[in-house]
Ligand binder design. Structure first.
Ligand SMILES: NC(=O)c1ccc[n+]([C@@H]2O[C@H](COP(=O)([O-])OP(=O)(O)OC[C@H]3O[C@@H](n4cnc5c(N)ncnc54)[C@H](O)[C@@H]3O)[C@@H](O)[C@H]2O)c1
Length: 380
């Protein structure tokens, strides 16, 4: 096994999921590479050191530029807020580093295009952490669709509901609250949550041609956590949009952080000519499947418990019937990335794939302003 030295930037929520994935991946998957936790980078040296000790990083940096300059780092992993992705990724690519970057790729399509150009020129392996593709039940959905079991697709229906920003007293900006600050996040639920739904949708059902959207910012002003000033809120608190896929199917997408009672209700349903499938993040190891071609007397929705060895990724885990969870999607992502380095079949989604999602987000936000149908830019 070849060693692959990882330099992680950001030790928050995603810093932990990624570190866990790098540490565990070789315990469960036979791979040509072994990630080595070489360095953690964060601005607060003390906290970074504590993180390094907990997770086993060999060293600490407090400036990501210094991390990128280091000869002993092969892969830069970007787990920082959205407004930092482009600058870090571009510098890392120019330094010849492999890059794994958190989603959304960029603040908007224009910024994403620049990232894709630089990455292409540098020719470095790259991937974006749209991890839901690697929930075994979601990967099984992809297999069933690719096998043609659903037939012609008519409908795609996705939603991602949360309820954590309802209080008007919640500040915007700063640690953990950067998602409410448009300067750090780029957008609200569109780039944060719908981006996941869009990535999965494009993967399962192909490109989206046009959209029409509505957004709302329910709380118009919030105190900024860093400046203490009450400032206008620039993000979308809620977004719903209609879409037409290029394969002729119709879609509805909805996301909000104001759905009281819901924490992370990501669901999708796809209705085809012969069969339908449905999935729910709160029950992530199950795929609901209805096949019209079943014998009438026993026809009905099946709830497939995706835990058997012949189902995606599951042969690498426990015994049939025992389920896995959220953190495993990140382990699968690292496994596929490392596998792709040697077999010359790079894993997806790469930066270019993630740019397509960015284009859909741009069209959604534009349509919410113009109140018209907007075309989605095509990947070049
Ligand atoms: N794939 C997913 O399901 C998923 C889930 C959550 C977040 N994300 C994405 O991951 C990224 C990070 O989100 P999070 O939830 O981990 O945020 P977080 O607030 O928990 O952590 C962000 C980290 O970045 C650090 N940071 C910020 N600016 C920095 C800088 N200039 N240099 C070094 N470190 C810096 C912060 O100190 C913190 O450690 C975002 O782009 C977000 O959209 C993806």
């Amino acid at each position: 096994m070849k060693k692959l030295n990882v330099g992680l930037i950001g030790y928050g929520f995603m810093g932990r999921t990624h570190s866990n994935a790098f540490r565990k991946v070789n315990n469960f998957f036979d791979l040509p590479y072994q990630p080595v936790l070489k360095a953690i980078c964060a601005r607060d040296g003390g906290k970074a050191k504590a993180f390094a000790e907990r997770w086993g990083y060999e060293s600490v940096e407090t400036d990501w530029r210094r991390l990128i300059e280091r000869d002993d780092i092969d892969l830069i992993d970007i787990a920082t807020p959205n407004n930092t992705h482009a600058e870090i990724a571009i510098a890392a690519a120019k330094a010849g580093k492999m890059i794994m970057c958190e989603k959304p790729l960029s603040m908007d399509g224009k910024e994403g295009e620049k990232m894709v150009q630089v990455i292409k020129k540098a020719g470095v392996p790259n991937m974006v952490w749209y991890n839901y593709r690697r929930v075994p039940a979601v990967t099984l959905a992809k297999q069933l669709i690719d096998e043609g079991r659903l037939g012609r697709i008519f409908h795609y229906r996705a939603k991602f509901l949360q309820d954590w920003t309802i209080s008007k007293d919640l500040p915007q900006g700063g640690a953990a609250l950067w998602r409410l600050d448009v300067k750090a996040a780029g957008s609200g639920v569109t780039g944060d949550l719908l981006a996941h739904c869009i990535d999965t949708a494009i993967w399962l059902n192909g490109s989206i041609g046009s959209v029409t959207a509505m957004t709302e910012t329910f709380i118009k002003e919030r105190k900024h956590n860093l400046t203490g000033k009450v400032e206008k809120v620039g993000i979308d608190d809620a977004c719903a949009f209609l879409a037409r896929f290029n394969n002729g199917s119709l879609a509805t997408f909805e996301s909000t952080r104001y759905a009281r009672g819901h924490k992370a209700l990501y669901t999708f349903e796809i209705n085809g000519e012969n069969a339908s499938i449905a999935w729910d993040l709160h029950d992530l190891h199950r795929l609901q499947y209805f096949d019209y071609r079943d014998e009438g007397r026993v026809r009905g929705w099946r709830s497939i418990h995706v835990t058997d060895g012949d189902q995606p990724y599951m042969k690498n885990w426990w015994v049939p019937g025992l389920q896995i969870g959220y953190e495993h999607t990140f382990i699968h992502q690292v496994a596929d990335f490392l596998e792709g380095l040697d077999n010359k079949k790079p894993a997806h989604p790469d930066f270019r794939d993630a740019l397509e999602t960015q284009y859909v987000c741009d069209a959604v936000l534009k349509s919410a302003k113009t109140r018209k149908w907007e075309k989605v830019s095509k990947l070049k």
